[in-house]
Design a protein around this ligand. Structure first.
Ligand SMILES: Cc1cc2nc3c(=O)[nH]c(=O)nc-3n(C[C@H](O)[C@H](O)[C@H](O)COP(=O)(O)OP(=O)(O)OC[C@H]3O[C@@H](n4cnc5c(N)ncnc54)[C@H](O)[C@@H]3O)c2cc1C
Length: 401
């Protein structure tokens, strides 16, 4: 009894990270690898199987086709990180195989969307992204299997865009972090204690109390909003369900990028088949905590759109499907990264919607810099700061999926 009392009184870490999926593990790794940091790091993760974490159920695609400079820069850094992840994240000579397929994204636009693609292209090119604008004849030449009815323009990422194994990236961050001394514990953070503007300790469902020098909230769609509320901060991040459908087709059109149709329906190859889906309109996108697949999305929206755009997909064999949740920032659909509200030592990375896996290298590195150096030393992530919400300055992103 006395032993456990002493243990609970003395247990303390310099940094406690709540949520140990891709964002928490990237942050843990970048902190542990930071040359000026020698503190102790604890990652508290409530489900080490990760079976319901977005990081395990995402489509793990990466792009620079955003409309805001910060997202483009983060996407470029993500791609460069993937290119050298084998060496960076190797543990005892074992290198992670992330299978980065640089097939690009292909955004298709009709009359209404063409001007937006053109404007985005100017920003993307200025930031160094290699995106080609294709007119109808260039599209027909490069992607001859497309039915281009209603399409006037396409934007295709020639390099640094595509998809990879996001689950392996998460596990690689985790293994590397552990090899550098980070401690992982399977437990549920149920309370965060504060003293004025400082977070002082977390409490676990077991009743244990762990003091912290800094607290990082990377608890994703299921937990980030709740943990922020425990510290009295209301973040506009909501849990919104997305269904992913798998199918196979007799024909294998090639070359095949991640195609985003004018309808918003997306499709890309995965193994022997394809994965596809669509984000529902905001008016039909309630908060959700179930994992039930919304099959009508496939039958009524996704498959009809695909069969029209790619005639080879008129005959397909539908397969399995799964559902998981975006941590959607309903304020402006962009990530919220940095200090949590007015706290001096509490940090947040949440609200990534459909692009958190690709943003995890830049965000983990940025948070580590902020915690250790008090500033962003490499890529300035200030546009993602929480203050934009309290000051009502939305960071509007037009390319949200
Ligand atoms: C269907 C789908 C497709 C996607 N496609 C892409 C894509 O193509 N490209 C891309 O970049 N992104 C994609 N995303 C988004 C991406 O998956 C997420 O943005 C990213 O995984 C978020 O990572 P995270 O670590 O912040 O959150 P999560 O992966 O949700 O992890 C949060 C972790 O916190 C833990 N946790 C929660 N509460 C607590 C608590 N109280 N105590 C301890 N632990 C707690 C949870 O168990 C969980 O493991 C997709 C998402 C979905 C749902």
């Amino acid at each position: 009894m006395r032993g456990s009392w002493v243990k609970s009184m003395v247990e303390s870490y310099d940094v406690v990270i709540a949520g140990g999926a891709v964002m928490g593990s990237s942050t843990a790794y970048h902190l542990a690898a930071h040359p000026a940091f020698s503190g102790r790091i604890l990652v508290v993760e409530k489900d080490m199987t990760y079976q319901r974490a977005a990081s395990a159920l995402s489509l793990s695609s990466i792009r620079q086709q955003f409309s805001t400079s910060i997202n483009i820069r983060v996407g470029l850094y993500g791609a460069s990180f993937l290119h050298r992840a084998r060496e960076t994240l190797a543990v005892d000579g074992a290198e992670p195989e992330l299978s980065f397929r640089e097939n690009g994204y292909l955004y298709l636009a009709g009359e209404a969307g063409a001007a937006i693609l053109d404007e985005n292209h100017i920003t993307q090119t200025a930031e160094g992204a290699d995106i080609a604008l294709l007119d109808r004849s260039a599209l027909a030449k490069r992607f001859p299997y497309l039915n281009l009815d209603g399409v006037v323009r396409g934007a295709w990422g020639r390099k640094n865009e595509g998809w990879f194994d996001g689950y392996t990236l998460m596990q690689a961050f985790r293994s590397k972090a552990r090899s550098l001394g980070v401690v992982y514990r399977e437990a549920d953070v149920v309370a965060v204690e504060r003293d004025g503007a400082r977070a002082t300790a977390v409490r676990l469902a077991s009743g244990e109390r762990i003091a912290c020098g800094a607290f990082v909230n990377t608890a994703g769609a299921a937990g980030a909003t709740k943990l922020a509320a425990l510290l009295g901060v209301d973040i506009p991040v909501r849990r919104r369900k997305r269904s992913v459908f798998v199918f196979t087709a007799k024909e294998r059109p090639s070359p095949f990028p991640l195609i985003i149709d004018t309808t918003g329906v997306y499709v890309r190859p995965e193994g022997e088949g394809y994965v596809c889906g669509v984000s529902p309109p905001e008016s039909d996108d309630p908060d959700s905590d179930d994992f039930d697949v919304v099959w009508p999305h496939f039958e009524e929206i996704v498959w009809p759109a695909l069969a029209t755009r790619i005639p080879a997909f008129e005959a397909i064999r539908p397969g399995r499907a799964w559902a998981c949740h975006y941590d959607l920032n309903i304020f402006d659909h962009n990530a919220i990264v940095g200090r949590l509200g007015a706290f001096e030592n509490a940090y947040l990375a949440a609200g990534f919607s459909g692009h958190g896996i690709q943003q995890s290298p830049a965000v983990g590195r940025g948070l580590a810099e902020l915690i250790v150096e008090g500033r962003y030393a490499t890529l300035d992530l200030a546009p993602f700061a929480f203050e934009r919400i309290t000051e009502n300055r939305p960071l509007l992103e037009r390319n949200v999926i």
